[in-house]
Design a protein around this ligand. Structure first.
Ligand code: FES
Length: 580
């Protein structure tokens, strides 16, 4: 909304410098005002508006602001991009590793161009300062001026804008770390110096050199503007080199603002709820409706989220929420009884309406991503996280398909309702009458960039992972509620963990988990499954490389170095530094 007001004001006021396309200036400002006002209204009136629409509008706004700045040549728009780029980046949310790497690469490339151009211009300024031949001086200033009005603005704005976007879409922030804040100050200072006096001093030095050449003068007659141009570009270059070194060595740690940030992990609060309804939704499966004891609203959640059930026996089990996120007074879960399991499901089946239990969460390790199409592959009770996802996607008119495998139709919870509501999108494959799903064919037929979601027994998940590995265009999302033991043959090496907030270094021998060492220092540590499947022990990594052995991270995210699930994961190398 602030940007809309700025754009409206800019359309009324005269331009600071004559723009190169004067006729386009006011119409583009009005377009920018309409776009940013529309975006602000959309976000406040319909907070659940489809993300592609919000981000699409954001992108159009950003591109229009950059066009106004560079093509129309409006100085105010040049600085207004500083508002719009971080705002749109924030809308995009925290970046996943791949786009983050792409943004880092773009930033490094832009910065390298900026340094290269600054070096060239400074070298020419040196030539202009030291030559005794006035014609050489004129040529050097002419080249400097060309760089100054063509490549240099693009390079420095690309560097600053990608830097701003990186700051707001990663944990680096803009003022959380000294090295980021100093880099930002250097970049802004150079920009102010350039627009404040450097550009004008260079122009004057160039004009003066041309006059001297025409009048038969010498370089000794050049005035202070030549000195200003040399020292100005030289100082900018030194600043850029300092910024590069700061990026490489990241000295100084966190600022006061960074230290005041909420802790990386807050212990999950346990809520007491009552079983408001209990009924059998399929053979062997019961559906429970849970309501807060005082009837107050329960924490909000998104499709894919799960909660921990803290049972009267003290057992803690995780179950996906399968109701409607809009119903804030209740949670719904469905539980299959597994008589040969560890006792949790049998205990839940023994719960009756009116009994009280504890819950923690919700937590979402299985979020619904934006994709052109969706394929859901459910095995047995693994159908539950897909119910709210399907509901949401169908409301949006998205392209989705569900393949649901179970032992037999009577044991497949929600199968009848799903088939009745979405006959063309749902394929039921009960094992007593149908062959296994042909995952290879399903993935081969899926439209490009389909998001494939799979939840169910381990063998189905493993099969999906193997087939998805053969289809690089497919993004597979899995959720497990039992450990896959993917690292059962991995050897445990001892290592050291530095718990940075506590200032403690602990030695982790081969036969001890990292989580147990953290618990000794921070007993409030949040944990639940201790099997690497629930995600509750997620801990921020500040340095070192995690050896991910959990089942929470997707295959594409297993090279992440900013997070670890210490109940099962360890460190590669001798030391890891954690935000604990
Ligand atoms: S406690 Fe569940 S992932 Fe670590």
């Amino acid at each position: 909304m602030g940007f809309a007001i700025l754009a409206l004001l800019a359309a009324q006021l005269p331009s600071v410098f004559p723009p190169s396309l004067p006729d386009a200036r006011v119409p583009v400002w009005l377009l920018l005002a309409a776009l940013s006002g529309g975006l602000a209204a959309l976000i406040s009136l319909r907070p659940r508006a489809p993300r592609p629409l919000v981000l699409g509008l954001g992108w159009v706004l950003m591109i229009a602001a950059v066009l106004q700045a560079f093509l129309v040549g409006d100085l105010v728009a040049l600085f207004a991009t500083w508002l719009v780029v971080p705002a749109v980046s924030r809308l995009a949310g925290q970046l996943r590793p791949r786009p983050r790497k792409a943004l880092v690469a773009a930033h490094v490339l832009a910065a390298a161009c900026w340094v290269g151009i600054a070096l060239t211009v400074t070298a020419m300024a040196l030539v202009a300062m030291t030559t005794t031949d006035i014609e050489t001086g004129v040529a050097a200033y002419a080249l400097m001026t060309t760089f100054d009005i063509t490549l240099l603005p693009w390079a420095n704005f690309a560097t600053i804008l990608t830097g701003l976007a990186l700051g707001v879409t990663t944990g680096w922030g803009l003022v959380r770390y000294y090295w980021v804040a100093v880099k930002l100050t250097i970049a802004v200072s150079i920009l102010f110096m350039a627009f404040g006096f450097l550009h004008d001093a260079l122009e004057r030095a160039h004009q003066q050199a041309m006059r001297l050449a025409a009048d038969g003068g010498t370089t000794a007659e050049l005035t202070a503007d030549a000195d200003v141009a040399f020292w100005g570009f030289g100082t900018s270059l030194l600043g850029l080199v300092a910024a590069m070194l700061l990026s490489l060595y990241k000295p100084g740690g966190r600022t006061r603002h960074g230290r005041r940030l909420p802790p990386a992990r807050r212990p999950a609060r346990e809520l007491r709820v009552t079983v408001a309804d209990r009924h059998e939704s399929a053979l062997g499966t019961i559906e429970l409706t849970l309501r807060a004891l005082g009837g107050e609203p329960l924490p909000g959640w998104e499709p894919g989220a799960h909660i921990d059930l803290v049972l009267p026996s003290g057992r803690v089990r995780q179950y996906s929420l399968c109701g409607d996120p809009a119903q804030t007074g209740t949670y719904r879960i469905a539980v299959l009884e597994e008589p040969d399991g560890r006792g949790g499901s049998t205990e839940i089946h023994g719960l009756r309406t009116g009994m009280n239990i504890g819950i923690r969460g919700p937590r979402n390790n299985f979020p619904l991503v934006d994709a052109p199409a969706y394929l859901f592959v459910a095995g047995g009770i693994g159908i539950t996280p897909f119910l709210p996802m399907i509901e949401r996607l169908d409301r949006r008119g998205a392209d989705w398909r569900l393949v649901y495998r179970g032992r037999s139709l009577p044991t497949m919870a929600f199968a009848a309702t799903l088939r009745q509501r979405y006959p063309r999108r749902v394929t039921l494959l009960p094992a007593d009458t149908h062959a296994r799903p042909d995952l290879e064919a399903l993935l081969a037929q899926a439209p490009a960039d389909t998001a494939v979601y799979c939840c169910g027994p381990e063998e189905l998940l493993r099969a999906a992972e193997i087939v998805a590995a053969q289809h690089p265009g497919v993004a597979l999302h899995t959720e497990r509620f039992a450990a896959s033991n993917r690292s059962e043959n991995a050897t445990n090496a001892p290592f050291e963990a530095e718990l940075r907030r506590s200032g403690v270094v602990v030695h982790i021998p081969a036969d001890r988990t990292l989580l147990s060492a953290i618990q000794e220092v921070d007993p409030t540590v949040d944990l639940s499954c201790e099997d690497g499947v629930c995600g509750s022990c997620a801990t921020r990594v500040l340095a070192g490389t995690p050896d991910h052995r959990d089942d929470v991270l997707r295959a594409a995210d297993r090279d992440r170095t900013d997070i670890i699930y210490p109940c099962v994961s360890r460190a590669r190398g001798e030391r890891i530094v954690l935000d604990v």
